[in-house]
Design a protein around this ligand. Structure first.
Ligand code: CU
Length: 856
């Protein structure tokens, strides 16, 4: 027997010593259950997950699971378990966070909130949400997740950093049950104190920082007959010889252990800037100056970030648009043709497919003179670059649920709005009057308004953000002899700067969300279509027409040396006098006219235009900031050195007493009963709800009451306004807005004629304006393009002045009615005054009755 046993021993090798092994593995899935928004929101693919209660009183719970079966062979005995999480963002306070075993399976979809991720994103199929185990087919038995009431592990979590939940008997029992029965492994749910504001944000398994991903470390004793098994693409694991070889590993012998690993050192993807990737060991990657992406990560496409060096490309100056007839700067006609083409947006980027006007992104600048009409024929000639055929589909993914695409699908529609222009309704770029590829329209711009830094951009219903992102924007500079007599820097010393953020794929193509999101924030800043360019300047003054042409991003612009500069104008023209400032903040759509003096620098100096505005805005300091904008390189030549005039153009205040009406515009995010999730609303109404009918030749005060957490840059078409003041408010017990504290007047740089204004969160922003110009429907909207594309755009009807003379011949005749009706109804199929679905004579009567109501 002894001999037989010895023989058997020789046959099987030495008796397997039952040695403990240790594995650490990253989560295989994770998600956040957001209690708010009725289970419509999720964050399956996000970088973060949340637990605790947010400022609005809504609970968040994180769910996380680990693929233990692939790491721990069946029959193992679990000895100890720890879970490690990285807390990357937190409200002040220390709370107990507890893992509970989840008792039902759940999913992780492709939803990705972006930004700080606190609000989640619209759910995608398979997502776990507050009510769904798998959106939107399988529900939890109990909303908020099905889990064991007793915690398996708890600890307190306070400030940011790495936290380890120590081993407990319950945690060991959980893992043992997962190893014994892998089909029962649904992971854990992480609960935080749910009675107070306690939000904690942890990095998820898709964190961009691999060391911050959730991990579980299990100490276990593998069953007899197993040994270390080495793989090329995953770490050493205990296996039986048969299992090891079946799975493509190299068996190291019964009783061998993975702790320490006998296998060759791990390799993984190593990134070398500009998307180059090699599979190397961590040490090899470091020695070659690369960035290691983690053990066994493959070099998959898009893994390595694009690294673009700032300030290597000269700043492009948009060309001046050349007229077909007349002269640039005077009365003229133009053809502005929209096409698709490729343009190099940075030295190290492959050419990017963009849309532009007359071959340029941004489009060429239209130079115009006050009182000298300009006519522009806007031609939509968007063609697929590869086939040459007129586009039947947009270049970017179109969210078909939004107002506009719900009717027109993914068509590559365009329509141009002259932002800040006082323009008749028919030529204002009404969002529904879009042109398809192959179509064109001629707009007449009367230029009967003071000089201003105007800009043109696409305004197509529901796809404005996509069209502007593709490049459809340009300057329209309106001048008059008075302004030109002031001796401001001109010619080569006057430079328009269109500032926009973008994000690129590795192949140079523009990256944008597939579905509508609350915001889009790019990771690079372009000025006039170049990423982080530089401008060589002479030693003297430059006039910069700053435009924030971004979809969502706000900029607070300053010089890197904190040097002061002069602000001389706002959107709608010059200030009454130059204002010395150290920074200027521009929300999307806002412009500032500034003068910087480079005569104070020595030749060869460099000074950078930097940005410090968080995204979203106003947000938290440093959050989401892209600091670089562009750089100025000072050469030795002397430039424009004439002093600035002490006064510019007087700004005549409108007395508040002249206002005939105050309108409240409440800005809120609300559930969207059409597309699901939430959308942004003005007074809870939508585009087709036309209830605001200001009369021409009257003055009104509008109060933008922002009941949301982000700034909304509000822009009414047709009119210019003055900012009166801003005031904090509380919300009373009956949901009423109660102003508190003082009214803050606008800062000096904002005390001019404007057409777009920052309405900050939790404040009432009051503006005063005189309605002048033209009757008809005009949009007013938030200029965060994601917001205006999803309901934060409505329209007012500018009613005729109480003379009510449509022919302007000073007698009101039946001809006036005919003209008015002919103009009114053909364009407006939805203009059913009675809202009974039919347009009939009763509608005419009702309309005319309201038309002149309120007139003396
Ligand atoms: Cu907004």
């Amino acid at each position: 027997l002894v001999a037989a046993a010895a023989a058997l021993g020789v046959l099987l090798g030495p008796p397997a010593a039952l040695r403990a092994d240790v594995v650490t593995i990253v989560a295989s899935k994770d998600a956040t259950l957001y209690q708010d928004d009725f289970g419509q929101f999720a964050n399956g693919a996000g970088e973060y997950m949340f637990t605790g209660v947010n400022g609005g009183g809504a609970i968040r719970r994180a769910v996380v699971a680990f693929d233990l079966a692939s790491a721990i062979p069946p029959g193992s005995v679990v000895n100890s378990v720890t879970i490690t999480m990285f807390l990357s963002r937190t409200r002040t306070g220390t709370f107990t966070a507890s893992f509970h075993r989840v008792t039902a399976d759940w999913g992780e979809g492709t939803s990705n909130a972006g930004g700080e991720e606190g609000g989640g994103a619209p759910s995608t199929p398979g997502d776990a949400t507050w009510i769904h185990r798998s959106y939107n087919t399988v529900l939890w038995t109990t909303p908020g997740g099905d889990f064991v009431p007793t915690a398996s592990a708890s600890r307190s979590v306070g400030s940011t950093g790495s936290y380890i939940w120590s081993s407990t008997a319950a945690l060991v029992a959980d893992v043992q049950s997962f190893v014994d029965n892998p089909a029962s492994n649904f992971g854990w749910i992480l609960l935080c104190n749910e009675t107070v504001n306690s939000t904690k944000r942890f990095d998820s398994r898709t964190s961009l920082t691999p060391s911050r991903r959730p991990t579980i470390t299990v100490n276990f004793t593998p069953p007899p007959g197993t040994g270390a098994c080495c793989f090329d693409t995953s770490p050493c694991r205990p296996r039986t010889q048969t299992d090891c070889e079946t799975q493509g590993g190299v068996f190291q012998g019964v009783g061998t252990s993975c702790t320490p690993s006998p296998c060759p050192p791990a390799t993984g993807a190593c990134c070398f800037g500009n998307t180059t990737c090699s599979v190397l060991t961590q040490a090899g990657c470091a020695s070659q100056g690369g960035t290691y992406q983690g053990d066994y990560t493959p070099c998959s496409p898009g893994l390595c970030p694009l690294v673009l060096t700032p300030f290597v490309d000269p700043l492009p100056r948009p060309a001046v648009m050349q007229p077909d007839t007349g002269t640039a700067g005077g009365a003229a006609t133009y053809t502005a043709t929209v096409t698709e083409f490729q343009q190099q947006l940075h030295r190290d980027l492959p050419p990017t497919t963009v849309w532009g006007i007359n071959g340029g992104y941004p489009g060429p600048t239209i130079e115009a003179g006050c009182g000298q009409p300009v006519s522009v024929t806007w031609v939509n000639n968007l063609r697929d670059l590869t086939t040459g055929q007129l586009r039947t589909q947009h270049y970017l993914p179109v969210d078909l649920c939004l107002d506009g695409p719900d009717e027109y699908g993914a068509a590559a529609r365009t329509v141009f709005h002259l932002h800040g222009g006082v323009v008749p309704h028919d030529f204002d770029g009404y969002p529904e009057y879009t042109q398809l590829p192959g179509q064109q329209v001629t707009y007449d711009y009367p230029n009967l308004q003071p000089p201003a830094t105007l800009w043109y951009h696409d305004h197509s219903q529901g796809i404005t953000r996509l069209n502007v992102y593709m490049g459809l924007a340009g300057f329209y500079l309106l001048r008059d002899p008075f302004e030109q007599s002031l001796g401001l820097p001109a010619g080569e010393y006057e430079v328009p700067l269109a500032i926009q953020d973008r994000m690129f794929n590795a192949d140079g193509t523009l990256m944008y969300h597939d579905e509508w999101h609350d915001h889009f924030f790019g990771d690079t800043i372009l000025v006039n279509g170049k990423v982080w360019p530089y401008l060589t300047v002479k030693r003297g003054k430059y006039r910069f027409r700053l435009l924030n042409g971004s979809t969502s991003r706000t900029y607070t612009l300053a010089l890197s040396n904190s040097q002061f500069f002069q602000q001389i104008g706002t959107e709608q023209g010059l200030l009454s006098a130059p204002v010395q400032v150290s920074s200027v903040t521009l929300t999307p759509g806002e412009r500032a006219d500034i003068v910087m003096d480079f005569s104070v620098y020595s030749a060869g100096s460099q000074v950078t235009l930097v940005n410090s505005a968080p995204a979203p805005f106003p947000g938290q300091p440093d959050e989401g900031v892209i600091p670089n904008v562009m750089r100025f390189v000072v050469e030795s030549a002397t430039g424009h050195t004439a002093p600035l005039p002490a006064s510019l153009r007087p700004v005549q205040a409108i007395p508040e007493a002249l206002a005939v009406r105050t309108r409240d515009m409440v800005l809120r995010q609300l559930p969207d009963d059409i597309c699901g999730g939430t959308a942004w609303f003005i007074n809870g109404l939508r585009w087709h709800d036309v209830v605001d009918m200001p009369r021409l030749e009257t003055v009104e005060i509008w109060r933008f009451i922002n009941r949301s957490a982000v700034s909304h840059p509000m822009h009414p078409h047709l009119v210019k306004f003055l900012v009166l003041d801003r005031q904090v408010f509380d919300v009373g017990s009956n949901d009423e807005v109660v102003p508190v504290g003082p009214r803050f007047p606008p800062q000096a740089g904002e005390a001019g004629w404007k057409d777009t204004v920052d309405a900050p969160p939790n404040m009432i922003t009051r503006v005063i304006m005189r309605f002048e110009g033209y009757t008809g429907h005009f949009p007013f909207h938030c200029h965060i393009l994601e917001h205006e594309d999803n309901e934060m755009m409505r329209q007012f009807e500018a009613m005729p002045a109480c003379t009510g003379d449509y022919n302007a011949d000073l007698t009101l005749t039946s001809q006036d009615y005919f003209h008015f009706l002919a103009d009114f109804f053909p364009r407006r199929p939805r203009s059913d005054v009675n809202r009974d679905g039919r347009i009939d004579s009763q509608d005419f009567f009702d309309f005319l009755a309201s038309f002149f109501s309120g007139c003396p």
